[in-house]
Design a protein around this ligand. Structure first.
Ligand code: PLP
Length: 399
């Protein structure tokens, strides 16, 4: 058993550290969700989430994990037999595909090596070949939390527009929203999927869909079955600031506070902070001589870094030593990279010295686990933080 003195370091890429302000905001008595006071909270979070997604179109808030919001995106717009394109960027893409297949969608899963974003050339070729417009949706993961590689939704949108293809663009930004640039309207996203426990700094339990007018139109005539996830019912109630079923009231209090915190800092500053921490982490890794799981220098995630272990060394053994010795949780490698990769979360409620503590814990852990590495990674990270260097995302992809 790990002895907890001081704060546990929760450096997994979700659930993330919850700010005290958010914890206090949630520490509230029960509330009549059909009473006169509720609507004020309802409107505040609905409007706040529109600002987070950067949309003027509807945002649906579910009492669910991110997985529920994944399912909601599918059942509202697609029916069994519909053809969709998905891209194998990592484990979360694999899981979303699993849901699509359970709903009997005809999934063209574009293969990937889990070391870069979606294969855009392959998506382009599929769309160009689809003269009959049989493909109903292109579905990508924005920030692939299992690998630390970003796919830029605007690049996918440009390809779809270039091919003049009417398919819906659906984006899982569950671990992207609140930690890297996201523009639901400006990037022409039809359905955005998010969750509460990553960049939004909340406990798990809220799922989000931001939906375009086009997606709502498609949903209206979609014969696919759904009930709990039906957008139209939720949107109708939301017009009065309420929900068709009991919302997760206390999480909504927390959400209102989290949005306030992100806006006090300024979203641009939030995104810059995540990029600095990602750059500092990579500077440390370079000195350690460890490889990043993401192999595309433009696609490194600002939210987390996947670290590849040297041959013959087990990532979970290192994670165990770090947890038992320093009370820090690091993310495990998922599915086919289990044991090969561990993940450092630098997402959400986080600052420079928390990053330094995190990297010091990793470096000491490498020593204790006898993983071959060069010492001094933490010093390189300090240089990045002092220099306030920012590794910029490619402009075209975010603007
Ligand atoms: C965390 C995560 C999910 C799954 O969300 P749950 O809340 O665990 O259901 C899906 N996609 C991505 C990219 C994630 O990071």
């Amino acid at each position: 058993m790990t002895l907890h003195t001081g704060r546990h370091f929760l450096q997994i890429p979700g659930p993330t550290n919850i700010p005290d302000r958010v914890l206090r905001a949630m520490d509230m008595p029960g509330l009549d969700h059909r009473g006169p006071e509720f609507a004020e909270l309802g409107f505040a979070v609905l409007e706040g989430m529109q600002r987070m997604f950067r949309t003027t179109q509807p945002v649906i808030i579910y009492p669910s994990s991110g997985t529920g919001a994944w399912e909601a995106a599918i059942v509202n717009t697609l029916a069994p037999g519909d053809k969709v394109i998905m891209a194998e960027t990592g484990q979360f893409a694999v899981l979303w595909r699993g849901i699509a297949e359970k709903f009997k969608l005809d999934v063209d899963f574009i293969p990937g090596d889990w070391r870069r974003g979606a294969d855009l050339a392959a998506i382009e070729a599929r769309l160009a070949a689809d003269k009959a417009h049989a493909i109903k949706a292109v579905m990508v993961v924005h920030n692939e939390t299992s690998t630390g590689c970003v796919t830029f939704p605007l690049e996918v949108r440009k390809i779809m527009d270039g091919a003049k293809h009417p398919a819906l663009l659906m984006v899982d930004t569950i671990s992207g929203l609140g930690s890297l640039e996201y523009e639901h309207d400006a990037w022409g996203i039809d359905v955005s999927v998010a969750g509460s426990q990553k960049g939004l700094m909340l406990p798990p339990g809220l799922g989000f869909n931001a939906v375009s007018e086009k997606a709502l139109e498609v949903a209206k005539t979609n014969p696919g079955l759904r009930s709990y996830w039906e957008w139209q019912d939720v949107i109708a109630f939301n017009k009065l600031g309420t929900f068709p079923y009991t919302p997760a009231c206390n999480l909504l209090y927390g959400l209102r506070e989290a949005i306030k915190m992100l806006e006090e800092e300024g979203l641009e500053n939030v995104f810059t902070r995540h990029k600095r921490h990602s750059a500092a982490t990579r500077a440390a890794m370079k000195v350690w001589g460890l490889e990043t799981q993401c192999q595309d220098p433009h696609a490194h995630s600002p939210a987390l870094t996947g670290v590849v272990m040297p041959e013959g060394h087990d990532a979970d053994h290192l994670r165990k030593i770090v947890l038992e010795t320093f009370d820090m949780s690091l993310g495990t490698g998922l599915n086919k990279i289990k044991g090969r990769v561990f993940r450092i979360g630098h997402i959400g409620h986080f600052n420079d010295l928390m990053l330094m503590g995190t990297l010091a814990g990793v470096e000491m852990g490498l020593d204790l686990a006898k993983v071959p590495h060069r010492a001094g990674g933490v010093l390189a990270a300090m240089d990045v933080l002092k220099g306030r260097d920012v590794v910029a995302m490619p402009k075209a992809a975010v603007a």
